[in-house]
Design a binder for this molecule. Structure first.
Ligand code: RB5
Length: 152
């Protein structure tokens, strides 16, 4: 059913394309359904377009969470984070991915294919998938992230 926890959207630019197969493999091994939003080759594209597509898929409920990949994980996470509903975390190891879930309730994992090795990236994704939000004191802070500064 659309919007269920079992659907994970994936989007990358050409700089992230090399890591996409490993990301899809981890998601499918975990029994999750993938909404693949491209790109599908190393031909040059613009990461803001793919960050936007992923953000809109999550906000609309077509996917419950997402993974974005570019060369560094930075540009595409900036693109996705333009939306108040999106909390995209650029993570470089299992610990940052776990804490992005526990403390920040990240709903999008951002990976850098030119920065993070494939096995570490897979560990990041597994931690992102399995770690629940910690709630409690983090709830108030995460709520503030979803409000524009003028209304905070
Ligand atoms: C593309 O060359 C590269 O700039 C992009 O993948 C990303 O790293 C941007 O932040």
């Amino acid at each position: 059913m659309p919007g269920s926890d079992d659907i994970v959207a994936v989007a990358c630019d050409h700089g992230g394309f090399a890591l996409k197969p490993a990301v899809l493999e981890v998601l499918r091994e975990a029994g999750l359904e993938v909404l693949d939003l491209g790109t599908d080759s190393e031909d040059s594209v613009d990461y803001p377009d793919f960050g936007q597509a992923l953000a809109e898929a999550v906000i609309s409920g077509r996917a419950a969470r997402g993974v974005v990949i570019c060369g560094t994980g930075i540009g595409i996470s900036i693109a996705a984070n333009r939306y108040p509903e999106i909390r995209a975390a650029a993570c470089h190891d299992e610990t940052t991915a776990r804490l992005a879930r526990e403390h920040n309730n990240a709903n999008v994992l951002a990976l850098g294919a030119r920065i993070t090795g494939t096995e570490v990236a897979k560990d990041c994704l597994r931690a992102f998938l399995k770690t629940p939000f910690g709630g409690e004191r983090h709830e108030r802070r995460v709520d503030k992230l979803g409000r524009l500064p003028s209304s905070a």
